[in-house]
Write a protein that binds this ligand. Sequence first.
Ligand code: AVI
Length: 328
Amino acid sequence: MPSNPGLRLVERDASGVDLAFRSDVLLGLSQIQKAVPARWFYDDAGSRLFEDITQLPEYYLTRAETEILSSRSAEIADLIGRGRAVVEFGSGSSVKTPLLLSAIAPSAYVPLDIAGDFLRASSAALAAKFPGLPVHPVEADFMRRVELPGDVADLPKLGFFPGSTIGNMIAGTATDLLRSMRATLGEGALLLIGMDQVKDEGVLLAAYDDAEGVTAQFNLNLLARINRELEGDIPLAAFAHEARWNDAFARIEMHLVAREDIAFSVGGARFAMHAGESIHTENSHKFTKRSAQLLLAAGGWEPRARWTDEARQFAVYLAEAAPVRSAP
Ligand code: AVI
């Protein structure tokens, strides 16, 4: 295994329990507003459910971003130029990544992901689609600076972070991530990033509470995972999925709301909830032109171009690593 300062191995106890998962859940359930970080949604079942979400009629994000990448590919390619090494933060989508790579003739592709199995499978699929393109998967936690493979060190870089995943972080974490990306990619780098837009509340609520109930299953799978992996006995039927618009923070919040007074245990610890109390499971921030610009600037990136889909629901930004300055 290559030495990599960004690498975070999954630490497990003797019975195979992921220690970070257990500590996040036990700590999160002990707070006054119970909360579990959204990154724990994505076990195998959760990842499959998320794929299903991206196909839902109400979940416009994936379609809108794909529309931008395909309809504006010539302009995007013109601004990026040829020969950059594309560094994708995440394992890569089977549709969006090939769209970008076919448009810009890159010199290499470097997907970064902490989930090694997923990373290897998606890298192999991509290498088969682009014979001749060097593919260097790196198993790493990209929330911190990652040392890229020597083969791409001297190439100009393009970071790619689609899907509006940046919206799943609160402002401080999102800023830290943008700064880590800048440190990973270095001087002269570009970043192509998807950011979902503030829009009609009804459209947003439907996207996170679909008629078929797939998003509800995705949310409830977190409790099923806790029961499976952390010896929990949480009664799933006692919880209802709820999507809320938090206007002060311009974000959709997902909650699991107790339908009745309940008590349960996780990993030997006891918890109780009153009817109506919730576990906060996700934030999905939405951006305006100004708030997106401000966040990118705070993270050390200067926006160079912005594209939206026809219905103006979603935006893709191209930003350039800002020179390090000490004056305002
Ligand atoms: C991965 N992320 C950008 C999705 C979102 O829209 O915030 C996760 C998701 N949660 C519910 N539906 C989709």
